[in-house]
Write a protein that binds this ligand. Sequence first.
Ligand SMILES: Nc1ncnc2c1ncn2[C@@H]1O[C@H](COP(=O)(O)OP(=O)(O)OP(=O)(O)O)[C@@H](O)[C@H]1O
Ligand SMILES: [Mg+2]
Length: 270
Amino acid sequence: MTPTALTVAGSDPSGGAGIQADLKTFSALGAYGTAVLTALTAQNTRGVTGVHAVPAAFVGQQLHTLLDDVEVHATKLGMLGSAEVVREVAAVLAARRPGPVVCDPVMVATSGDRLIDDEAVAAVRDDLLPVADLITPNVPEAAALLDVVPATDVDGLLEQARALLGLGPGAVLLKGGHLGGTDSVDVLATATGTTVTRRPRLSTTATHGTGCTLSSAVTALAARAGGRPDWPALVEEARDYLQRSLAAGASLGIGSGHGPVHHFAGIWPA
Ligand SMILES: Nc1ncnc2c1ncn2[C@@H]1O[C@H](COP(=O)(O)OP(=O)(O)OP(=O)(O)O)[C@@H](O)[C@H]1O
Ligand SMILES: [Mg+2]
């Protein structure tokens, strides 16, 4: 049986984030990729100039039609946009359980801009987190979900990761990419304890889509592993993949802003 992963997310025409990054990551890590689109964006490596949302009912129709035919072994959720789409996706997932669900609660851009309104944040907190097996917020997203000030150090990450676990997801990977420091530190909280994952912080402008790439890497590995995911092991392997992809990103030379990571580092012919 071919390991099959699903991404539910928006399109990034520049190919570094969103659906495009997720499908590249699934492909690089040996999972067959399927995709349900929630939005089109007009975007390049310098920024987003527009968003065209897919109506919630049609997001639901895409999901049902796909799942009526294709067996999905793990699902990743990226940018969902509105409260209506969040509630629709949560309802379909609760009813159909397409493998472990990795939810990247995309709410706050690296620039600090809020990407979704307060009603959608509340819908993520109340409807989506309880059906997610793993959530992967960044520092400002964790703060928004908990309604507290952002963490500033690893102890703060650990405390907020445990607090997020109390909102209902199976596990929490709180990403510390925004904290700075010589290492980039993420923390994982599960029902059985916490682990800290460190990798040397790489100095590169090719950071477009790091969050999408990490969560889709974990999803692809979960699809391949089958059964109940061993999140600490999958997160370590996903970060190794992201680290290789980040290190090689600048060599692609795509765009003039924050370019993509290289999803096929070590795979493409030299
Ligand atoms: N310069 C870097 N070097 C190594 N790892 C990094 C670097 N920047 C971020 N990371 C890692 O990339 C992943 C994404 O973290 P980050 O906190 O930036 O998420 P994000 O804000 O959701 O990303 P995005 O802006 O792409 O959505 C984490 O595993 C983080 O530790
Ligand atoms: Mg992100």
